[in-house]
Ligand binder design. Structure first.
Ligand code: DQA
Length: 147
């Protein structure tokens, strides 16, 4: 079993992208810390970033059969637009946590609706890159409790 982190559009630009909102860490920094955290707990880890909706959907479909036990997803702008990505997560029934770097509820009105939150185990937003680590901690506890 392993934990899968999925990162949506424009998150490849972390570090340079609106750092006042999204912080100074790069996506490589974030994934590197998650991989180390998972490894320390004896859990596998994989990640994917894509700017393309269908690539994220195809990865979720693959996760259905390839041993993914938990998903941590920042759907980025697709949070507010993508019924298709929501339906993919509903189809595979892999538990997931929705993470946002920024506090989407303190921002524009269009960021305050998510197509994912009602299906998620939980939602973390506004805690910056730490939010991913908190999500992974929860996933690891949950998976070890189940094992
Ligand atoms: C985001 C918030 C979204 O509204 C935005 O489109 C992003 C990043 C966040 O992590 O704060 O790209 O998901």
């Amino acid at each position: 079993p392993y934990v899968l982190a999925l990162h949506g559009p424009n998150l490849n630009m972390l570090g340079m992208r609106e750092p006042h909102l999204y912080g100074a860490d790069t996506l490589a920094d974030i994934n590197g810390r998650l991989a180390a955290q998972a490894q320390a707990a004896g859990m596998g880890f994989d990640w994917l970033q894509s700017n393309a909706e269908h690539v994220l959907i195809d990865r979720i479909h693959a996760a259905y059969t390839d041993g993914a036990a938990f998903i941590i997803i920042n759907p980025a702008a697709f949070t507010h637009t993508s019924v298709a990505l929501r339906d993919a997560l509903a189809a595979v029934k892999i538990p997931f946590i929705e993470v946002h770097l920024s506090n989407v509820h303190a921002r524009e009105a269009f960021r305050q609706h998510s197509y994912f939150s009602d299906l998620a185990v939980g939602v973390i937003c506004g805690l910056g890159a730490k939010g991913y680590e908190y999500a992974l901690s929860h996933a690891l506890n949950h998976l070890h409790a189940r094992a």
